[in-house]
Design a protein around this ligand. Structure first.
Ligand code: FAD
Length: 264
């Protein structure tokens, strides 16, 4: 459990930022599900609950998801169910249980860039940009490569595009972290493929995506794409699985995802 000497409930982002930078050990708190697992010693816990970041908005060309939006809201959002092939809502729906999903936030997940995230991998195959209070607009793929630096994630901006999409994952048990996960989107002839829980952060697989563009939708393409994928994406070993196993399972997940995307 973390400990905090003081607590702040800012009403604006500027107030949150000023409090955050006032001392090195001041820290943003969101759903606190992850923070509770550690033993961080925080000077002032800066709670974003009242900073106006709990929303899912349709702006016409884009959908914006505020950082304090819970996974449960993502799961139940009609807007997200009807866009991006419903993949984002479906990806978070099975995580642990309703009470948990009511607590954990999009901001806590995305800013932390967890390798195991069920939300980040499908997000990578959309056209997503993050809005940081100080860092401004950063494409998600670039943000995933950036080192941690004090900032506040305000929202995620997703460009609406008609796509068929699929999110696949493998777990040892329903309530455990994924051993490996994978997402595919197809907009016209353009594919995006992302692999996460490698166990490192999710990455795009551009060679696999380029091969799929214009290729026939058949078993032969699936086999070849699976080989390209495992050639370009590095996998690692941790307590959940070895690199070899992850590599083999990623092939299976790609096959399942392509079949779903193609509707066969
Ligand atoms: C037991 C357990 C099992 C889990 N299983 C899964 C799983 O299977 N799949 C999955 O995808 N996820 C899983 N998660 C992760 C979970 O979904 C959340 O990603 C995680 O709890 C962080 O969200 P939070 O709101 O609790 O963040 P917090 O714990 O409050 O914060 C986490 C970190 O993010 C920072 N932060 C939070 N919001 C912002 C912001 N707006 N700007 C800047 N920094 C911010 C905080 O300072 C902190 O460092 C699991 C978590 C736990 C504890």
């Amino acid at each position: 459990m973390f400990t905090a000497k003081d607590y702040a409930l800012p009403q604006t982002l500027e107030e949150a930022w000023e409090t955050l930078i006032a001392r090195k050990t001041n820290h943003i708190v969101a759903g606190c599900a992850w923070l509770r697992m550690g033993s961080k010693r925080i000077n002032t816990a800066v709670d974003l609950s009242e900073a106006g970041l709990d929303f899912i908005n349709d702006t016409g060309d884009t959908i914006e998801i505020g950082a304090m939006t819970s996974y449960r809201t993502v799961e139940k959002s009609r807007l997200l169910q009807e866009n991006f092939g419903g993949m984002l809502s479906a990806a978070v729906a099975p995580i642990i249980g309703v009470q948990f999903r009511n607590t954990v936030t999009v901001g806590g997940s995305v800013f932390s860039r967890f390798g195991f995230s069920d939300f980040l991998t499908p997000l990578m195959v959309t056209d997503a940009t993050v809005k940081l209070y100080k860092g401004g607009l950063v494409p998600l793929a670039e943000f995933m490569e950036m080192p941690y630096k004090k900032d506040i994630l305000e929202k995620i901006i997703l460009r609406k595009e008609p796509m068929s999409a699929s999110y696949q994952n493998l777990r040892g048990a329903e309530a455990d972290f994924p051993i490996v996960n994978l997402a595919v989107s197809k907009t016209g002839d353009v594919y995006k493929v992302a692999v996460g829980a490698r166990p490192q952060r999710a990455v795009l697989a551009p060679e696999t995506a380029a091969f799929l563009a214009g290729a026939p939708m058949d078993e032969c393409t699936i086999e070849k794409a699976a080989d390209i994928l495992t050639g370009e994406v590095p996998f690692g070993t941790n307590m959940r699985a070895g690199a070899d196993y992850r590599q083999k399972m990623a092939k299976v997940l790609l096959k399942r995802a392509l079949k779903e995307v193609w509707g066969c």
